[in-house]
Design a protein around this ligand. Structure first.
Ligand SMILES: Nc1ncnc2c1ncn2[C@@H]1O[C@H](COP(=O)(O)OP(=O)(O)OP(=O)(O)O)[C@@H](O)[C@H]1O
Length: 366
């Protein structure tokens, strides 16, 4: 893992109780200065609760939070170097775009000339037409409104921008363009970003590190590559993208690697010591093979890491084609993602053999 830049946020062992319900069970997370961290996890796992605690909209029941080295206990949201952008727009409907963006500056009693200059700068940064300044939020598209909300959050130059699913209400095309703008902003401003998102592709595309949460706990924090190729367990593997998980029995090898055998695999997969999660080879284990590592093989593949099955379905996605192969003895369909081609390699109902290179597999605890 790359060295973490000096942390701007240090959250340690944060517990949050809502009455008898414990939403966070001791969450620790550091965010580096200038870093972009995405919080992902199933609905209700505590992502928004953690973000609100960072912002100062909720107080932790226990645990510590330091931002820029200062203890945040009792520090109200407005006095923190953080700003939050919400999923549902929180623009003032009866204020113009100008007054919405300038609002934090008015609260901070910034002089009019400087306020106007900063608002103009924000418009340029967010690619908003100056003619919009006198419009009201209802006279803007959803994407434009969200850009105004970002401008308002950034105008007071916060050290940390907290984003709670800011793009979830936008259509796919608008979302893509705002994602690009967000990445650009992050690169150019040096502000630290913490983004809550349901969209795993968005997390992979934008974040330096991804924090995967489950049931009020942090399961794994890592770069997109670590989370995707080196998940700590089957939950993380299955949560981030389509995946194949083959139950295997394992035997340690003299070189520290492990041999993995399964009735559905034509031959054992031999993995090197670097290809397994901590403790994976003890007891039952599952072999993770990503769909893009699977390919069709000829009959001569019968002695390699291959599986025989029948094409159940395929989806032409343009740049890629996804195949789902039913393999007798394996519960889920085997998922395979091939580069797009106008000449389909197999049709529904075809008997096929699919396989993978053991170097592309990773062993997880069962
Ligand atoms: N004010 C509250 N009072 C009681 N329970 C709450 C409150 N706010 C959140 N919770 C509960 O705490 C848990 C975590 O909620 P939170 O909003 O942090 O989850 P989330 O991961 O952001 O979910 P989603 O992805 O659905 O937005 C949920 O079970 C939720 O019902």
């Amino acid at each position: 893992m790359p060295d973490l830049p000096s942390p701007i946020i240090e959250a340690s062992a944060i517990v949050k109780d809502y009455g008898p319900f414990r939403a966070l069970h001791g969450v620790s997370l550091d965010v580096g200065t200038g870093e972009f961290v995405a919080l992902v996890g199933p609905s209700g796992c505590g992502k928004t609760t953690l973000l609100k605690i960072l912002a100062g909209f909720e107080a932790p029941s226990r645990g510590g939070l330091r931002i820029r080295g200062a203890d945040m206990a009792g520090v109200p949201a407005a006095a923190r170097p953080t700003r939050m952008v919400f999923q549902r727009l929180a623009l003032f409907p009866h204020k113009s775009v100008r007054d919405n963006i300038a609002f934090p500056l008015k609260l901070a009693k910034v002089a009019r000339a400087e306020s106007e200059a900063r608002v103009a700068g924000m418009l340029r940064l967010m690619h908003l037409d100056p003619a919009y300044l006198d419009r009201f939020p209802a006279q803007l598209s959803g994407g434009e409104q969200q850009r105004v909300a970002l401008a308002r959050a950034l105008v007071s130059k916060p050290a940390v921008l907290l984003l709670d699913e800011p793009m979830s209400a936008l259509d796919a095309k608008l979302k893509k363009s705002l994602q690009g703008e967000l990445k650009n902003l992050h690169r150019n401003l040096g502000t630290s970003f913490v983004l809550v998102t349901h969209d795993l592709e968005e997390a992979m595309m934008l974040a330096d590190r991804i924090c995967v949460m489950r049931g009020g706990r942090v399961v794994q924090v890592g770069t997109p590559g670590e989370i995707y190729y080196r998940p700590v367990d089957a939950f993380v593997a299955g949560f981030i993208g389509d995946t194949n998980l083959f139950p295997v029995s394992t035997a340690r090898r003299a070189d520290g690697g492990v041999s993995c055998a399964s009735p559905v695999l034509a031959a054992e997969a031999t993995l090197s010591p670097g290809q397994m999660a901590d403790g994976a080879a003890a007891g039952g284990a599952v072999l993770l093979v990503r769909p893009e590592a699977m390919r069709f093989v000829g009959a001569d593949g019968a002695r390699a890491c291959t599986l025989a099955g029948t094409v159940e379905e395929y989806f032409v996605k343009g740049a890629s084609i996804q195949y789902r192969i039913r393999v007798p003895g394996h519960e889920a369909a085997v998922v395979m993602e091939l580069a797009g081609t106008p000449n389909l390699p197999a049709a529904v109902g075809d008997a096929v053999r699919v396989g993978f290179d053991p170097a592309d597999a990773f062993l997880l605890g069962a």
